[in-house]
Design a protein around this ligand. Structure first.
Ligand SMILES: O=C([C@H](O)CO)[C@H](O)[C@H](O)COP(=O)(O)O
Length: 206
């Protein structure tokens, strides 16, 4: 089970500092969508250079022109890039094909998807990794809840989870054995991010 640190809505120097401070506990560094919109591929390149031993995920949230955007992210140094699950099948296929060509991986973001049917379709298109995601705005009505695991049950997919995960919710989440737990604000909003990252990671390894 891997811990992914989501770096969202932060200036570049703060992203770098957070990645540095928490690196003993974090397996995957996620460069958040808004951060990519602010700095473009240069921050992906910089994180790759600064953290060569880490898996880097570019949260591109691609929904069209998938071949181009997947190439952009992977050529900049990302290992994984995200594509939205509601995208056209043609986009999903292009993304998977391009990632395979370049030796990277696609994480399909299931934000907004409620039907198991779509999840099964995605699996039949060759998708292997998805994220069950409660978006920032949706979190006003509640953070990630274990009920969401039902959506991917039996689909044979590696599952990441995201959306307001904290010390209270992580215990129940770990019991469902996701491949990746994605945590943003709970770590990045702390005065001592290293301490909270260590606490969260400890729940994942015991
Ligand atoms: O993907 C995310 C969200 O859509 C903002 O871009 C976050 O990275 C993800 O939700 C994790 O962040 P927290 O919810 O703050 O833990």
């Amino acid at each position: 089970m891997r811990l992914q640190l989501a770096l969202d809505r932060l200036p570049k120097d703060k992203c770098i500092q957070l990645a540095e401070d928490t690196k003993a506990y974090v397996d995957i560094i996620e460069i958040g969508t808004g951060v990519i919109k602010a700095y473009g591929m240069s921050i992906v390149q910089e994180m790759r250079r600064l953290f060569p031993e880490k898996t880097i995920l570019a949260d591109m949230k691609t929904c069209d022109a998938a071949k181009h955007e997947v190439r952009q992210a992977l050529e900049a140094g990302a290992d994984i890039t995200t594509v939205m699950g509601f995208s056209a099948d043609a986009s999903i296929k292009d993304a998977l094909q391009e990632a395979e060509k370049l030796g990277g991986q696609i994480m399909i973001d299931l934000l907004g998807i409620q039907s198991k049917n779509r999840v099964e379709e995605l699996a039949s298109l060759g998708v292997e990794l998805v994220s069950l995601h409660v978006g920032k705005d949706q979190q006003k009505e509640g953070a990630f809840h274990e009920d969401l695991f039902q959506l991917t049950e039996g689909a044979g997919l590696a599952v990441a989870v995201a959306g307001g995960i904290n010390e209270d919710s992580i215990v129940g989440i770990v019991e469902n054995h996701p491949a990746i737990i994605i945590v943003g604000s709970t770590i990045t909003g702390q005065e001592n991010p290293q301490e909270i990252a260590a606490t969260l990671k400890a729940y994942m390894v015991h």
